[in-house]
Design a binder for this molecule. Sequence first.
Ligand code: SDX
Length: 433
Amino acid sequence: MNAKTVTLTDNETGKQIELEVLEPTIGPPTINISSLYKDMGFFTFDPGFMSTASCESAITYMCGETGVLAYRGYPIEQLAKNSNYLETCYLLFYGELPYNKAFNEFTDMICQHTMIHEALKKFYDGFRRDAHPMAIMVGVTGALSAFYNDHCDIRNSYDREVVAHRLIAKMPTIAAWSYRYANGLPFVYPDASLNYTENFLHMMFSVPSKPYKVKPIHAKALDLIMLLHADHEQNASTSTVRLSGSSEANPYAAVAAGIATLWGPAHGGANEAVIQMLQDIVNSDNSISDYVKRAKDKNDTFRLMGFGHRVYKTYDPRAKLIREVCHEILEHHSGDTQLEKILDVAMTLEKIALEDEYFISRNLYPNVDFYSGIIFLAIGIPMNMFTVIFSMSRTIGWISHWNEMMQADQLRIGRPRQLYTGKPIRSYPEAKE
Ligand code: SDX
């Protein structure tokens, strides 16, 4: 059967071009414009990539209209119910769910890589104590490229696996130590007898002076949050890792670039900004409606953090699942009035916004960041660590996309063009006035 095509006509010259339509497994068909400039002399213009597929991928599918999110074809709701973060890491990277032996081998491999080179501890000392932990994450993760140069042949699939195993294993250690350093606490080494999220909480909160036992409800809630944040198609930070990786850059450095991108409040930094907003509202004399009014005011830079999404034009499926966990974990923290006040404000804010024409007409719904911070607070995780946990979780997404790109038959460096609207070519003045 002939490939489907679309015709583009230059109405000025009458010149036409047939462009091939690429059919996806699911989702919108995609027009292949790669020959457009060569054949027609045109660029396409799409700031923010509102209508542009930057690559082909088999990792994650999402539909903004129906609120579908699936990792390797498995709906996020089913993975949330039946899987865990580490099994999801295996699924995202290798493409299939692991079965007993394979998963045990994977888990053992991750356990073997959780320590980081002792010299990397010195990197923390170079930061001010009040450095934002995300600044430390960018720096220390980038520094991995100076320590782990064995198995860095990016054309070798085994070496790419080793890079992935090291990053999955070491991010919790690097993340927990960024918290310990900021709080003047001694570093706690990984404990291989604990599972992935228990080990992270152990490195975050245990102290030499007394026994520390991870609360199962905390480990379970954190594991679900990490599973839900693991990957999300071609979001800004994943696109950064792909673009960095396309130049054949060191993968640890490429992931550090992804962390830097995630830090922004328009992206992964929103979870911290949501709690700041909710706490401001709780402590303010202004009403919630006043804040909703400000969010709608074009002359006010205030936005409802945790609301809206470039792709989801309905409820973010992850937000629904995280909201359920909020209620569960607050049952275990009943009596924590500040937390209860914050959740009450969040629920009221959501209700008011979802009944307001401004938000309805713009399809603005709560996104993954709207409720996650409440759970982090309940676990005892400080606000400036929220995006650090997001970066720890999204590492598997970044490295799975990097690996997928490196497997491609022909790796091409990403190099977008532009619509130039600057000065015409002009001569340097003979005598400057
Ligand atoms: C994440 O891409 C991903 O997948 C990201 C992520 C992932 O898992 O990787 O899902 C994680 O980053 C979630 C998003 C977290 N960010 C926030 O919660 C910050 C608040 N949200 C907004 O900044 C905004 O909604 C974005 C950045 C998320 C999306 O921005 P878009 O797609 O560029 O939309 P836009 O800015 O063009 O907004 C469209 C309209 C505008 O109004 P008009 O110009 O049409 O009148 O909606 C308005 C915006 O002003 N709007 C908001 C709003 N978000 C959009 N108005 C008030 N409050 C908001 N939060």
